[in-house]
Write a protein that binds this ligand. Structure first.
Ligand code: PEP
Ligand code: CO
Length: 448
């Protein structure tokens, strides 16, 4: 970062995937209003997350980053709670069965903007702007719904605020108490293999808690048993929104993007001279950057230098999303280059975005086995290069959807129609997510 950086410096670079707002005056007014709103997160929280991610970079912890592909403005409190619950369940499985501390980051409370492969969508003879996430337009295929509406920036802010408030209440107010692990299981059908395993693990945790309580350690004496550190993140795609929520920290004088704790750059906007890199260079938050199959070692090293020139452990998470077929050959040269450069990155695996395909019936889907195969390849690549496989990044929901095929219940393509609800990419449902956590925990244990 140069000393001349300001929250609006990105405007001098090319910003890909920005909407064309038809109402410039309305946009300016909405951004002005956003600029007057209170920050959603506090700079100190972002620094705590950097520190926790620093332990991941050092190989002492594991990152679980998970949540929606595109959040909805209509998410109910139950749906938000269930998403949190699934992430916490996965984290417990990884911590207990995998034997490692887990840093928990949601794709939540702000994951509203989407890059799309084409700016327009055609159905029949009608061509309309693509759906760009509810922060811009709506998913329905009518001219009115697809028209970018700047008022949505404000709605997104308020939805993020109320979601974050609920998350803070759940994670601080007792819902996340370790003694609740078996109660969280309510919606699990204990007959599923992952469900049975989960109940068995919950019983073991209950027995351990009873023992600890008998020797004087309980949630009153030890807050860690009662509360959970849970962080928010989203793709920092819509730069005018991110700029409006960027504030100078009064303690350190540094700029922080206070729309979320962690922000990431997507695969389509990681150009070194592009506006997204330019913007995120200047904020103090921990950052992510997606790394797809076309990235060269030189590209990745240049991104490390641009986004983390001071080499702060935990500042930069590289999220590889190669696809199951390419990870084994594509990832090792990147791992080796970063390792040899001495850059202290977290490497996380997004096993979703390289494994999307269209099923016979027309639904976009992902197969659980391919997701698992990419994770397997990711761990194998790290074993080969003697680097730390630091985490996973997945799209999931706590709702009982049928969007991805496979998993413990053996969902097939014919079942996709039953509850296909996503506004963008197919998500793992709660049972597939917990199933995945057990598989990853097995890999983690095997390599310990
Ligand atoms: C996403 O994470 O939803 C996404 C669009 O991913 P990518 O940038 O890796 O394609
Ligand atoms: Co997605």
């Amino acid at each position: 970062m140069t000393s001349t950086w300001t929250p609006s410096s990105w405007r001098n670079a090319e910003a890909k995937h920005q909407p064309s707002w038809p109402d410039q005056a309305g946009l300016d007014q909405a951004l002005k209003q956003l600029g007057d709103m209170p920050p959603l997160v506090f700079a100190g929280e972002a620094r705590s997350l950097t520190e926790s991610l620093g332990s991941v970079a050092d190989g002492d912890a594991f990152l679980l980053q998970a949540g929606d592909c595109a959040e909805s403005f209509d998410s109910s409190a139950d749906s938000i709670r269930d998403k949190l619950r699934v992430i916490l369940q996965m984290a417990i499985v990884l911590t207990y069965s995998g034997g490692i501390p887990v840093v928990k980051v949601g794709r939540i409370a702000g994951q509203f903007a989407k890059p799309r492969s084409s700016p327009t969508e055609t159905q029949g003879n009608t061509e309309l702007p693509s759906f760009l996430g509810q922060i811009v337009n709506d998913v329905g295929f009518t001219e009115a719904e697809r028209r970018p509406d700047p008022q949505r920036l404000l709605t997104a802010y308020h939805r993020a605020a109320s979601t974050l408030n609920l998350l803070r209440a759940f994670t601080r107010g007792g819902y996340a108490d370790l003694s609740q692990v078996s109660i969280w299981n309510r919606e699990f059908v204990a007959s599923s293999p992952a469900g049975e395993r989960y109940m068995q693990m919950a019983d073991e945790i209950d027995r351990a808690l009873t023992f600890m309580s008998a020797v004087g350690v309980n949630s009153q004496t030890t807050p860690a048993l009662h509360e959970v550190d849970f962080y928010t993140s989203h793709e920092a795609l819509l730069l005018s929104y991110e700029e409006a929520l960027t504030r100078q920290d009064s303690l350190t004088g540094r700029w922080y993007d206070c729309s979320a704790h962690m922000l990431w750059i997507g695969e389509r906007t990681r150009q070194l001279d592009g506006a997204h890199v330019k913007f995120l260079q200047g904020v103090g938050n921990p950052l992510g950057c997606k790394i797809g199959p076309t990235a060269t070692p030189e590209d990745v090293l240049a991104l490390c230098e641009a986004l983390n020139p001071d080499r702060v452990p935990g500042r930069l998470t590289l999220i590889s999303r190669m696809g199951a077929e390419k990870v084994q050959t594509g990832l090792p040269p990147l791992l080796a280059a970063v390792r040899d450069s001495g850059h202290p990155v977290v490497w996380a695996c997004d096993p979703m975005h390289g494994n999307t395909y269209t099923a016979e019936g027309g639904h976009k889907t992902r197969h659980f086995d391919k997701v698992l195969e990419e994770i397997g390849g990711f761990f194998a690549a790290h074993r080969q290069e003697e680097t730390w496989a630091g985490g996973i990044h997945v799209e999931l929901t706590g709702d009982s959807v049928t969007e991805c095929v496979g998993g413990g219940d053996g969902l097939d393509e014919d079942a996709l129609d039953q509850a296909y609800e996503t506004m963008c990419d197919p998500r793992l449902n709660g049972r597939q997510s917990t199933d995945l956590a057990f598989r990853v925990a097995d890999i983690l244990r095997d390599q310990a």
